[in-house]
Structure formats: C-alpha cells, structure tokens
Unconditional design. Sequence first.
Lengths: 225, 473, 249
Amino acid sequence: MSTARDAILTTLRRQLKRGSLADEPRQRLQHRLQHPPRHTIPQRGLVPHSEQVNLFIQMAERADASVQRLSTAAAIPAAVADYLHRHNLPSELIVAPDPSVAELPWSEHPSMRLRIGAAQDQDKVSVSPAFAGIAETGTLMVLSGAHTPTTLNFLPDAHIVVLPAPQIVGCYEEAWQRLREHAVAMPRTVNLITGPSRSADIEQTLQLGAHGPIHLHIVIVDPSM
Amino acid sequence: MQTTSIHFKANARRALADESLQRSLTRMRVGFQHKRAAAAAKLPEFETLRDEARDLKDHVLEHLDFYLEAFEAKVKEQGGHVHWARDAAEARQIILDICQAVNARTVTKGKSMISEEIGLNEHLQAHGLTPIETDLGEYIIQLRQEHPSHIIAPALHLHKEDVAETFHQHHAQYGLTRKLSQAPELLSEARQVLRSQFLAADVGITGANFCVVETGSTVIVTNEGNGDLTQTLPKVHIALTSIDKLAPTLDDVTLLLRVLVRSATGQEASVYTTFSSGPRRADDLDGPEQFHVVLLDNGRSAMLGTEFQDMLRCIRCGACMNHCPVYGAVGGHAYGWVYPGPMGAVLTPQMTGIEQAGHLPNASTFCGRCEAVCPVRIPLPKLMRHWREHEFQRHLSPRSVRYGVRAWAFAVRRPALYQRLSGLGAWLLKRLARGRGRLSRLPLAGGWTAGRDLPAPSGQTFQQQWRQRGGHR
Amino acid sequence: MRVALLVTCLVDLFRPSVGFAAVKLLQQAGCQVEVPEAQTCCGQPAYNSGDRATAQAIARQVIPQFEAYDYIVVPSGSCGGMLSHHYPALLADDPEWRPRAEHLAERTYELVSFLTDVLGVTQVAAEFSGAVTYHDACSGLRELGIQHQPRLLLNSVTGLELKELPDSDVCCGFGGTFCVKYPDISNRMVTDKAEQIIASGADTVLAGDMGCLLNMAGKLKRLGSPIQARHIAEVLANQTQTPAIGEPD
C-alpha cells in the first residue's frame, strides 16, 4: 500500500516539476490551514442578527421545512404535541439525550411517550438540538456526540429540531468559527440539513421524503420575542 | 465497465431514434438549465465565487502532494484509515479486503461515480458480496443492470412507467404484487425496501464530493439521505474518493459548495451536506466503528502539469452536460463510459485511452456553453481541442479528416490557386442548383444533404466581384 | 481610418452580398475599406481538427496581410474569434509571432461589434418590413460578447419587428466540420433550432455567421418553411433586394 502512496506522490511531484515542498512554502500552507482565509461571503448572510433570524425562517421554509418560534423552551412539549396532532403523527418520541431537549417538561403531556437515545427503525418522530442555524440558506448544523446521535436525523419520518435563536448565524463561515471554538476536534459527523429529504430521480419531479425524514420541523426558541 | 466509446456514432444514432429517451432529454434540458439560471440570478456574488473557486482549485492542485499528506495525517489522527490506489484494480482490491476482513455480506452504497469508474459492484459480486445502490436513481438502474446516463441524475433517461415495470419485476420478493403507477408510490416502495437493506448492511460505501484537510473529513452532498443511512448504520464506512477532491479548510469547502449546488440542481443548498471525520467516538451512541478513505489516482496525477491540468478542477456538478446540445441530443449512454458530456469528453480519453475514446472530444461544436456555465471555469472546448491535437499528431484521426485537411490547407496556403478553386466552386454549385437556389443532393456532402438542403452560391465569389468593381486592395 | 475586411471563406464562396453589405456599413460610418487580395481562410478548420501546425502556418500567412491596418473587421463572430482569441494562443510559444498575433488580435472586431462598440453607431438608415428573429451564433456570443449590439441596431431599422428566439443562445449544430463528421447529431440540433425559429412567428431569421445561416436556411428549406434567412449585415445595410439564402434567383 505504501508503494501506491509513494508512487502517486512521486508522480505528482514529477508532474509539478519539483521535489517535496521546502520548509518555507510548507509553513505557509500550514499557516493557511490554521488561519483559513475568507472568500467572498454572500451579502445576504451578513445582515444584523435580528434579520438573520427572519432570513433563516424564510430560507428554511423555502426548502420545505416548517418553522415555529417560541419564547421559552418550556413551551416546546406543548408545541410538539400540537405539531404531532396536526400532522397525524404518532405520539411516541425518540429524544436526544442532550439535556436541552431530554430535560424539557415532557411529563406535563402524558399523551406523549418518550424514549431517550439513538433512533431505531421503528421510531417515527425524533427530537434533537441543533448546534447552529445558518440564515444564508436556512440550514441546520447538527453535530454527532454522546448526547446527539446521528440516527435521529435520518431514521424517523419526522425530525423536530430545537434551535435557540442566539445560535442562528448569518453565514457558514460564522458557524464554522463557532464549531472551531466549541470543540477540540471535529465530531464524527457534522450534518448540514436544509429541509426534509427529497428526490427528483423519477422524471426530474421533486418528491419529499426519499430515505430520510418526510417532515422537518424547526422550533426556534427566542427569548427576545 | 465495458467501454463502448469507440462506437459513439452508432450509439448516437440509436439514441436519436429512441423516442422515449428523446422525451427524457427534452425534460432534462428544460429542468436543469432553468434551475441553474434561477439560482445564479438569486446570488449576486455568483460570478465572483466562480472565479474564487477556480483560483482555490488551482492553489490546491499546485500543492496537491502537501495537501494529500496533511489530509492523510488528519484522518489517521482521528482513528481513520487512508488507502492509496494507483488504479481501478488496486482500489477494488482495497475495498474487497476491508469487506472481507469483517466478513461482510451486504454492502450498501451511496452514489459514487468513482465506484462506477472502478467497476466496484461487479467486483464485489464476483467475490460473493451483495452491493446495493441506495440512491433512488442508482438503485433503479442497478435493478435494470444499466449504468448511469448522467453523473448527478443517473436514471435521467427513464420514465416513471419504466420504474414501475422495474419494481414490478424485482420487488415481488418483497411482497409487491400490484403494478404501481404514480411517482409517490414508487418512491415510497423504494424507501421501504431499501430501509431494510440499510439496517442489514455490514459495510457502507459512499463517495466523497470533497475531502477537507483542516479536519480530515470526507464530505457528501445528497438530497435523499441515503448516503447518511449508508454511512451511519453499518460497522464500517468506506469513503471512496479521488486525489483531486481536496479542499484545505472548512471555509474553502464552503466556497466550493456554494457554486457546486447551484450549478448542479439549482438549489441554494443540498438537503444533506455531511462531514465525516474518523470512526464513531468512544461515547457515541451510533456511527461506524471503522472509517476508511480510499484515495484513487487512476490517471489523474498524470494530468497535473499538462495541458489537461484544468480538468482536475472539476467538481462533478453536471452543468456542462446539462447545457451541452450534443449531450442533450444523444444522452449519456452514447458516450460509452462512466463520464458523459463535455467533462467526459476530456476525462474519458485520459482514463480509457484516446484510441478508444477519440470520438468524444470530436463530437462537439465548440459552442462553448459548457465553459460558460462551469462553476470552476474549466475551458472544456480548449481541452477537447487538445485531445484532437493528440489524435492528429499520432495519426489517429480518421483518414478523411487528415487528407481532407491536408488538401484544403494546400489550397488555402496558395491564395491564387485557392481563389481559382473557389471561383470554380461557386460557378459549379450554382450550375448544379439549376436556379433553385439550393441543392438537395450533393456528392461527397451526403452527411449535410441527408438532413438539409445546401444553399447555393450566387455564381461569383466576393473576390471576383470586388476585382471587377475595382475595389480597394 | 483604414479598415481591412476579412471577407471569410464562406461569405466569399456562398454569399458575396454579405461582404458588400459590410463594406457599405463601414463606409457609411466613415471608414476607408480595403480587401487584402491574398486572403483565403482564417485556418479554423485545421485548428479545430487538431492540426495545430497547419493552423499556425495559416495564422503566419494571415497576420502579415492584415497587420498594417488600423482595424480588421470580420462579418463573422467565429472567424473574428479565431483571430482575436485563438491566434495569440496558437502562437504563444513563438517569440517572434506572438506579439504580432496579439497586436492583430487587439484590433480585430466582428462587424456589428465594431460598428457599435468601436465606432459608436447606434442606428442605421435601413428599412425592412416584417418580423425577424435573431440567432446568437456561439462564437460571437460567448467568445466576443456579442448580444445586445445586434439587437440595438436591428431595433433602429424602420419597419422591422424583432421577435426574440427562444433558446437563441443554443448552438444550431453547424460547428464547422462537426456537421459533416456527426451529421445525425447536427441534424437533430438544427431541427430543434428550425422548430424554434418557426415557433417564434418571425418570417425572417438573422444571424451574424454564414456557417450557422447555411445550416439553418438549409434546414428551413428542407422542411418547406417559407421563413427566409439572411446575414444581419444585409438588413443593416439595407441590401435585401437579393434573394435570401437558399432562395431561387
């Protein structure tokens, strides 16, 4: 295997008409990796935070997600119960172990049955927190971790995501910067999610709910409301 | 995959006569072109981003050895494995070895053109494994034992009736008894059947649109979520990718994503853009226990530093084929290998040999629409012309072309002779037209006159008339 | 201002009236027009067939014939692009010829672009009664950025109604040698184009390139369509007395 590696690298250097990079350019590239230069960021992602929330909602809805704004996290269970009822969805939930969603006052709604953990095939509705919301395209950034298993994002038919308004940013670059500051290393999986699953593979006609969730519901918790 | 590029002309003739295919292609042209145009119009910075994406890819290519080593180190640091493959055979063997080491039987697959490039499914099947494509389009054509006709819409050539027929034939084993007719039913049928496959798989293989050096991540861009189920549920995740897919940082990959998605499907963002870094962490509740990245070369390194280097910027959006009038006329299968359209016309000769694929760079009018929409501004017509130059130098061009050009050039380089000949031609063609102003048949021009008339000259050339009028020289 | 007209091989052979229309338009705009005698072809067929050496030899033949003029004007975006874009690329490795190619390239213009972009012409004294549609020939459109210029001048023609052609930026299928190397595909493309022209409701189709015009006119005639095809220069120069392309004398 190392022979293939060496052969490929040797060919690359021969084609580039140079040997292995010298220390100076190497350091320059290392520096570039540690201090990512910014490219042009679309103006629409550079609006003030109050407008970012509105832009996020507008873009997420355009991508066929539904969005709801609450002023307090305590109101989430009631809102979820209402959502499930309106969409004729079962009231068994699989909820991420993250305290921000697992420790909500679910017991006030005894009609909803709750399991905490990773999703399995039979789970129809999941609830999990997002790390960030990116207003530019109405995209959720969801991280994997001990309290936020990835299967919650894909196996159930309906995915309900809790997003605190202060975690909405204008553009991807801001979200990456927050991630770099938040985590020592990358989580195993970073999911950028824009709307529910879809396919246009049959006659180029868009249909929602291919292999992932058919419904994506975003609950923004905005204390400033 | 068996290449039939050498039979391009016959393939094209068959495609042109295939009414069902022609209906699909008409739908394709309208859909993709309008969506891209609308997406570009919605982002005022789009043209600037294309310039920056081009420059970024050039930067990466100039330092590709460095970035590959840095990427490898980062993947390993997070507990992943990196495998290097010089060619298709090496890549197939690496993947088979990984599968066999965990006694895998069922392998689910996300959409990967590199998997098509190396003929992975056939190889796994020959060794007793069951590869299952999970992208809806790929799944349909796998059942039909076909190959993708488009790099991002593999079943573009089919209609819903074809899909209904295919499911009717193959899904009886899963209890499907009636013939489905509506697209939503077909989608839900595929979702149900594939769900059980996702859960049963031992290994999940995805491609990677990008590899991020900063974080050691592979990135997939999908709408269905099949790639995520493929790589999250089994014990082993293999990301099969090639050495030209590196992006140094998360900011860099963001730039590429902004132009990729708009150019491909006209979306603002794909539904799922997923970054995978290493295997599941010790306290993770799900995710694969092993993470492997296979880095394929297969002729790419040899393009670096040559007149074909610009092709390595390609991010596989498909915009060039969506806007290509030749692809729009004959579809992807006529090209005879994995990569169709303008990007395929440049890549295929490199990977399968110009002797096999000579037609592909020739079957272009150089109309330039591909270059005009390419998100990383690859000068595709120029690169196709370079292949024609290779052919000409190696005497691979058809004799008619070589002798034709030679005879024509002989006259062009002798102005007096040329003008006598064109004067003669103008006179002769006018005579042949017998006052009708056009010819409907002409010896040696059967290709032209089979489908259209040839307008006839008015009798004297411009040069003759200018001379007679005593015009300025 | 001394302007050399590069007639182009197709205009020379098939449609001399386009050359005379170009001369008239240039003279009306105050140019002294000359037609270098030894011109033949710009070499594009060799260039696009991969015969780089022959294309270079032809470029070295063309450059001296034209380089002494103030401007070189071509009634074709395709041949204009050959001189202004591809000659410098062809001779890039030749230290003697590269500067000459670049010097020529800087002063080479397609006819309509020259009239509008260089001479500042915004209207012409011409009359044409009828509905016309305009096909954007590929090289002119994408290599030279010719799109609004022809529309500007056409809109100044008295009596002319311009109907936009759907997909006017899509290739007609001519493509130089392409149409004879891949006639089936070319035929499919020109069939689509002809159908769009017919659907546009125009009774005349115009373009700035003889290759495309021969192709489109040939298809329209084969389909039995009464729609006439002309080079845009003929309409702008008010020289439409001659039969349209492919029409009986």
